[in-house]
Write a protein that binds this ligand. Structure first.
Ligand SMILES: [Zn+2]
Ligand SMILES: [Zn+2]
Length: 344
C-alpha cells in the first residue's frame, strides 16, 4: 500500500530534530521543526507549504534563516506554525536583516505566521517581501478541538507538552484515502501524476461522472496530457483505506500530565517519531534537562500502542553508542506493563 505521505528525519539521530514529510504525486511537503535543514536540497525546501515548529530552542528553529534564504525570490508563500510568542520571535528574526531591495523582486514571498496559545487561541500575522517583511496583523482564530491545519487529504493536530516551557507535539493524520490500481492505470495507457489528487477529490466529493479531469503525466517519452472523464477513471481508484497517522514528539519531560496529553493526541498512532535523548542510567540528568530517556520514550510508545517507533534527538554524549539508545527504547516498548519509572 502506497501512503499519501512519506516521512523522514532530515538529519541523523544526533543531528538537529526535523521531520520532512513529502506528498507523493505532488510537488509539496511539510516540515516539523526547523533546526539545521541544510541537508535538504533547495528543491525540497521550495516544496514546503507548511512548517510546524515545536518550540524555539535553537536546535528547533535556527534553520529559519537558511529556509528563508532559499525560498526568497523563488516561492510565493509559506505558512509557519508555533507556540506562544512565535510571531514576535519570527518578527525579530526578520528584523535582523536589511530589506531595501526585496520589494523589487519579481516573486513576492508572503510568510503566513500562526501562533497557538496555551489557551487554544490563535494569533496570525503575515510578512510580505513587498513591504520589507513588515508585520501585518490578521484576525485571530480559535482552534477547533486541537486541529491546527486541515485540508481535504490530511489534518495536523497539536497539543502542548511541558518542557519547562510549552512545547507543541504534533499529529499528522492522513484522511481515509483511495488505493490506486496501477495495473488498470497502465491498461488505460496513462501514468500517475498530480492529477490523481484531483481524481480522488472528485470521487470523494461525489462529482458527476462527466466531470473532466486533466490527466498530465511524464514518462520516458516526455510530458503527456489528456482530458478524461471521472467515469473513465473511476475504476483506477479502489476501496477507501484508513489514513495513516504520524506522531512527532520531541522535547518534553516525563510526567503523567505529558503522558495524558499525548494519549489524547496519539493513541494508536501508526508511526511515532519520539525524542530519546539520554540513556536511563542518566535519567536524573534527563529530568534536569527536561528531556526523555530512551526508556521513557519506549514507555510512552508502549502506552500509545504505537505501531512503529523512530527515536531521535540523541545526546552527543552517546556518539558511537546509538545502538544502546535504540535497544533501550525497544526493550521498554515491549515490556509488560510495568509502572512508569521516574514519572512525576
Ligand atoms: Zn531540542
Ligand atoms: Zn528544547
Amino acid at each position: 500500500m502506497r501512503h499519501l505521505l512519506e516521512s523522514r528525519l532530515v538529519n541523523d539521530p544526533f543531528g538537529d530534530p526535523a521531520l520532512y514529510v513529502d506528498f507523493r504525486d505532488e510537488r509539496r511537503a511539510l516540515l516539523f521543526d526547523l533546526g539545521d535543514v541544510t541537508a535538504l536540497p533547495p528543491r525540497k525546501l521550495i516544496r514546503l507549504s507548511h512548517v510546524f515548529v515545536t518550540h524555539t530552542h535553537m536546535d528547533h528553529f535556527a534553520g529559519f534563516d537558511h529556509l528563508l534564504r532559499v525560498v526568497l525570490g523563488r516561492k510565493t508563500g509559506i505558512a509557519l506554525f508555533g507556540g506562544p510568542d512565535f510571531i514576535a520571535q519570527l518578527e525579530h528574526k526578520l528584523r535582523a536583516y536589511t530589506w531595501n531591495v526585496v520589494h523589487r523582486y519579481e516573486v513576492e514571498l508572503v510568510i503566513d505566521a500562526r501562533e497557538v496559545g496555551v489557551d487554544g487561541r490563535g494569533q496570525r500575522a503575515r510578512f510580505s517581501s513587498r513591504t520589507g517583511f513588515a508585520r501585518e496583523s490578521c484576525a485571530p482564530f480559535d482552534l477547533v478541538d486541537d486541529v491546527l491545519h486541515e485540508e481535504t487529504l490530511f489534518r495536523v493536530r497539536g497539543c502542548f507538552v511541558d518542557h519547562e516551557l510549552p512545547c507543541l507535539a504534533y499529529a499528522l493524520e492522513e484522511k481515509a484515502q483511495f488505493k490506486v490500481a496501477r495495473d488498470r492505470l497502465a491498461a488505460l495507457g496513462i501514468s500517475t501524476g498530480p492529477w490523481l489528487r484531483e481524481l480522488k477529490q472528485a470521487v470523494l466529493t461525489g462529482a458527476p461522472d462527466t466531470t473532466p479531469i486533466q490527466v498530465r503525466w511524464r514518462d520516458r517519452g516526455g510530458e503527456h496530457e489528456a482530458t478524461r472523464q471521472v467515469r473513465e477513471l473511476r475504476e483506477v481508484v479502489l476501496d477507501l483505506v484508513p489514513g495513516r497517522r504520524i506522531g512527532y514528539v520531541t522535547d518534553l519531560r516525563f510526567t503523567e500530565a505529558n503522558l495524558d496529553a499525548l494519549s489524547r493526541l496519539l493513541d494508536g498512532v501508526d508511526q511515532l517519531f519520539i525524542e530519546s535523548v539520554f540513556l536511563d542510567q542518566d535519567s536524573e540528568h534527563a529530568s534536569r534537562k527536561n528531556h526523555l530517556t530512551a526508556r521513557q520514550a519506549g514507555e510512552i510508545a508502549r502506552r500509545l500502542a504505537a505501531r512503529t517507533v523512530v527515536p531521535f534527538h540523541f545526546s552527543p554524549r552517546y556518539e558511537g553508542r546509538e545502538a544502546a539508545l535504540v535497544a533501550e527504547l525497544h526493550a521498554a516498548r515491549t515490556e509488560s506493563a510495568a509502572p512508569p519509572r521516574g514519572a512525576v
